[in-house]
Design a protein around this ligand. Sequence first.
Ligand code: UFG
Length: 319
Amino acid sequence: MTVAVTGAAGYIGSHVAHLLAETGVHVLAVDDMSSGVGSRIDAFPLVELDLARDEAPGVLRAAFAQHQVQAVVHLAARKAVGESVEQPTRYYHQNVAGLANLLTAMQSSGVDRLVFSSSAAAYGMPDVDVVDEAMACAPINPYGETKLVGEWLVRAAARATGLRAVSLRYFNVAGTGRPELADTSVANLVPILLARVAEGLPAAVFGDDYPTPDGTCVRDYVHVADLADAHVAALGYLEQDDRPYDVLNVGTGHGASVLDVVASLSRALGHPVPTVVEPRRAGDPPRLVASVERISEVLGWRAARDLDDICASVVPARA
Ligand code: UFG
């Protein structure tokens, strides 16, 4: 079987691509290489393509036919929340028009299985202990909006064309499955902490007066290797007939505060990481933790790794 992985040169996409290859699947990488790293996908044929361009459906159709693609994992997207606030048009164009082009190509090529990379950002600021997939979504930035609109588009295509699809709502993805695939962008808490340590700076804690046990924001940190496993499970699920469209959280079900992450990283490093409290960051929900009941029922998937595994995995990668 051949699976096209869009965004394969990215941090998460490359983990998915390599895990698929390990399971015997042929991978066709699709990436515009705007932020991807070429060495992550040396092992795979590459279609270098911006999915939002007008010619994308035709290019994809030819590539799907040439490589006999049977399913797609679609991760290619812009994902910086702050940037999405400044450049909403670009985000809608890249994330929604790109997806529409992909779906057009899939339909006309007879490729009828899709795993769509969505985000917990679709939920917005839910005031609950754990969020489940039936909860109303109210994204608070254009990035989250494009992911929710993407889910709707996938759902509509599934109803209209018989596409079999699953949307995976990623929570806070961190860690590395292998050093060469490590997250090289310094955009999220764990890589930011590592960068601060490397520079001899204390960890900045954005607010310690939230209504949480230690006052810092709580998130659900899921190991990227577990997340990759969830994609493989989702593709297996879609191989069976009559699978209705579904949306599934991908998290651990456990919350960790910013200070919990600092403590775990300190254990992994073998020395304490000092902290400095800074003002709250705009738009941070105090708590965002997944209910993982549904993904466990539907895919039989549960995270096998915890926060200490995440932090241990990134320390040798950065050493
Ligand atoms: N934080 C700090 N100090 C830092 C960096 C982050 O205290 O130097 C805090 C943030 O305020 C937040 C937590 O660490 O409370 C996690 O922040 P991230 O920026 O790593 O992640 P977010 O929860 O803001 O968002 C991430 C992804 C989104 C995704 C979301 C899903 O960036 O794309 O998880 O839960 F939608």
